[in-house]
Write a protein that binds this ligand. Sequence first.
Ligand code: CA
Ligand code: CA
Ligand code: CA
Length: 526
Amino acid sequence: MRREVNCHGVAVVEMTKRTDGKGYEMVADSKYNRRLTSSSTAQLTGPVAGSDLVKTKFDPTGFQTRGINNNCGAGLSPWGTYLTTEENFLGVFARGQDASQLSDGQNYGRERYGATEDFPGWEYLWHTPEAKDAKIADEFSRWDMTAVGTSAADDYRNGFNTFGYITEIDPFDQNSMPQKRTALGRFAHENCAYAPVEQGKPVVFYMGDDARGEYIYKFVSKATWSNSDIGGGLKAGDKYLNDGTLYVAIFNEDGSGEWKALVHSQNGLDASNTVLPFNGQDEVLVFARAAADVVGATKMDRPEWVSVSPMTGEVYVTLTNNKYRGVREDQPVSASNPRSYQAGEKAAGNDNGHIIRWAEAGGDHAAMSFEWDIYLFATPYDLAAENLSQLNDSNDLSSPDGLYFDPRGVLWIQTDDGAYTDTTSCMLLAALPGKVSDGTAITTSAGQQTRVGMPASNDNIKRFFVGPEGCEVTGITMAPDFKTLFINIQHPGNTWGAIAGGSTPRSATVMITREDGDVILAESFV
Ligand code: CA
Ligand code: CA
Ligand code: CA
């Protein structure tokens, strides 16, 4: 269990250009190299820091917690720090029968995040080793959120509430502590993408909550951007990420959209709420999903990565798939999630996913409204009724997940798929999208009207490679000279990545360079 806890988290590694000019290599003795894991101490910052909701036996004042967990997609800040995201933290916790009674609201808040009473956790079982084997205080019991003591200072009932945040790491300060930025809300964070910054304007971050029927959010900082903060480290983070407004997205049927503020005492977020009375902004943020329910946010088909186009400023989000769409009553087909179908023996719902995009009103990322369409519907090309983007056998895909605009405007799309794997492994595609409203109105096989972007062609989307069997292709960035592309191959099957003489497959980071060392996709596509 100890080994597994320490295998979760983030590695900071310094890389240097290889002497032959092709790609990079690790600087083995760099002072920057370090691990931050599910046992590293982290600071809670922003409106939730010091709240009763995050007081634990580890820190009865509620300012620190132990561990960062299930760190998912990448995020950068405009000032040069790393924003890691806590996604499926639910799985490492267990909850038994509470001995001291929680309020109905507190109980509902836990349930809304999947932690019902007698929840055993997923396969991790980190709470199960015996206390006598612990090497640090409460090493294992801290993963058990059952209220066993008389107050929050006696147990880890609130340990669960200290996970699920955008967490800032300063890779250039090896002694710094991860900062959980609670103002950006608590949910299953996939990644975090900032809009291009402008001197004197707020800084805006976009985020998705990756679970079936969950929401898309943005955070608008109170402080306005100053270029002098570049290189400002966690101090700049304190300035832009601790104070601001969290919004959740509503996608209207007519292609318009609006942002609703998740602010205590606005939009019905107050103590008069019967399901979960919101007594303060800390409660709104810790139970952001429940707050978003109240304001009528649109339930999406599992929002994964977000990326902002450097060409148009429009925002793209992968909606990877959702087997409940149109199947469960609480997730009806909608214009922004318009497909529910059954292909052969496969499960019904939105099996292959799509990519939604929007343009903020007036090109202002802090705007309260936007116009949206669906950039691309993923599907096997021969599933004719669902092939609404006119994909062919050289650019069809399923379950888009990782998403990254490089600075030239090339959109890289990665897949994490189980629906099309009888035909192909997961893949990376390169695309050149147009802009919102460059396509047409359509009606899906589910009878839902919506708007789709211009059709796919071999000139605007191409498969770049297919990964090994069983893998997910994920995690992506590019060197500033566009000559090295970094991606990750996660959980490959067969023996891919095995060490010499072994057969256990291993996940790995992969560098892609051209044989002639030149710029990737230089003349053929950009
Ligand atoms: Ca995810
Ligand atoms: Ca993902
Ligand atoms: Ca995924």
